[in-house]
Design a protein around this ligand. Structure first.
Ligand code: PMP
Length: 443
């Protein structure tokens, strides 16, 4: 019996013992193509020699120094690299150990900014239903998956939610994508006015929604309107690019494709590519300057901020992505993956939608394509697909999502940026077999 507190205490898990390139290997010698990078983490695959060399070199010098005494070269160089490639206006980096912590930092800095600037009534955060922003209490409070929130609801901060921008389930048949995007964005303005515009601190959203909606990109113009609304009401825009950022969608930041920049942004997962636990908040110069002119301090720090070994790993990951122009590969092979997915699943009776960008794709499974009726939740189709895929040597990330009360199963693909066309072909072939086998088994 394991002494680890696993998420599912009734399940048993294979033991991962090794990995090379796009492949993970378990203790029984089975190998799996890692088509989801865990949860969109391992963007360089496993055992990348340049990352291992950078980590070895750093640990030979220094593993750790507390940030209340010292800064370190890897932390400073990583911050320089991130800001050199950041969306316009972002000037400073707070380095922590996970996505949830990066979101907590965004929420706290947003609130702190308003205290520093005398706008103390701004306490409300608005986010979207069906969203996931992490598991700590602040992050869960802005999260919009009611199932995750329910057991802890008495512990959470008040959160205000609007509808997600999720065309497959939300766009009316007589509506253009642009009109849908504006209609959804205008929900934010209505919510700000309802709460009182001088009481709202920030709006929090994932640029491309990952785990909960299966790589669902925003409608065209949605985020441009969101940016305008935030500016009009003095509300900060916090983008959660923990999953969709750092190259996953084919540009370094997903918001580049929306033509906007946030005031605060959370990144993690692909930042360190799984070689070290690391997350970060990127903050705008306007916010940091207000704090500098005011108290001069952001009262929010943690023991492992700017961890030198984690920063050395992340810096090496980001340098390899730039050196090898891997985002060009993400765009090229992402287009190939899209074609293959559409060939294999485009006419599938039980696939309602195929959506995504770059190396970030979701397919949504439905009992009936015409009515978009989801499968019965009791069938646990997502768990069956995960098992059927693993039995075929494939790791994918299936979720039982919900969309405004309508439950839908989807499979999320997040292959490493190094994947070539042959790997994409094998992923789609194995996924097709796994989906068919799981559905045949379930119904
Ligand atoms: N935001 C998003 C969009 C995520 O996908 C996740 C992780 N799945 C988080 C935040 C939380 O990150 P972590 O699990 O590293 O705390």
């Amino acid at each position: 019996m394991s002494h680890l507190l696993h998420r599912n205490l009734k399940a048993t898990y294979p033991v991962a013992v090794g990995g090379k390139g796009v492949t993970l290997i378990d203790a029984d010698g089975r190998s799996y193509i890692d088509a989801s990078g865990g949860a969109a983490v391992s963007c360089l695959g496993h055992g990348h020699p340049d990352i291992l060399a950078a980590m070895h070199a750093q640990i030979d010098k220094l593993a750790y120094a507390h940030t209340s005494f010292f800064t370190s070269d890897p932390a400073e160089e990583l911050a320089d690299h991130l800001i050199a490639h950041a969306p316009k206006g972002l000037s400073n980096v707070f380095i922590c150990s996970s996505g949830s912590e990066a979101i907590e930092a965004c929420l706290k800095l947003a609130r702190h900014y308003f205290i520093e600037t005398g706008q103390t009534r701004r306490t409300h955060f608005i986010s979207r239903r069906q969203s996931y922003h992490g598991i700590t209490v602040g992050a869960l409070s802005v999260g919009g998956r009611m199932k995750d929130r329910a057991p802890f609801k008495e512990m959470l901060l008040a959160g205000h939610h609007i509808a997600p921008c999720h065309a497959y389930r939300g766009q009316h048949t007589d509506e253009t994508p642009e009109a849908y995007g504006l209609r959804m964005a205008d929900e934010l303005e209505a919510k700000i006015l309802e709460l009182g515009s001088d009481t709202v601190a920030a709006f929090v959203a994932e640029t491309v929604v990952g785990a909960t909606l299966g790589a669902s990109p925003p409608a065209p113009g949605y985020f441009r309107r969101i940016r305008e609304i935030c500016d009009r009401h003095g509300v900060l825009l916090i983008l959660d690019e923990v999953m969709c950022g750092m190259g996953r969608t084919g540009s370094l930041h997903a918001c580049e494709q929306e033509g906007i920049a946030p005031d605060l942004m959370a990144i993690a997962k692909g930042l360190g590519a799984g070689y070290a636990p690391i997350g970060a908040m990127l903050a705008s110069g306007r916010i940091v300057e207000a704090v500098r002119q005011g108290s001069g301090a952001f009262p929010h720090s943690q023991t492992y901020n700017g961890h030198p070994l984690a920063c050395a790993a992340a810096l090496a990951v980001q340098q390899v992505i730039a050196r090898d122009d891997l985002l060009a590969n993400v765009r090229l092979q992402g287009a190939h993956l899209e074609r293959r997915l559409k060939e294999r699943f485009g006419n599938h009776h039980h696939v309602g939608d195929i959506r995504g960008r770059g190396h970030f794709w979701g397919i949504e499974l439905v009992a009936d394509r015409t009515s978009k009726t989801p499968f019965d939740a009791g069938l646990k189709l997502n768990a069956r697909i995960k098992q059927a895929a693993m039995a075929r040597g494939l790791l994918v990330y299936p979720m039982g999502g919900t969309a405004d009360g309508v439950r839908g199963d989807h499979v999320l693909l997040a292959p490493p940026f190094i994947a070539d066309a042959a790997v994409m072909d094998t992923i789609v072939e194995r996924l097709g077999e796994a989906v068919d086998a799981a559905i045949a088994d379930a119904v």
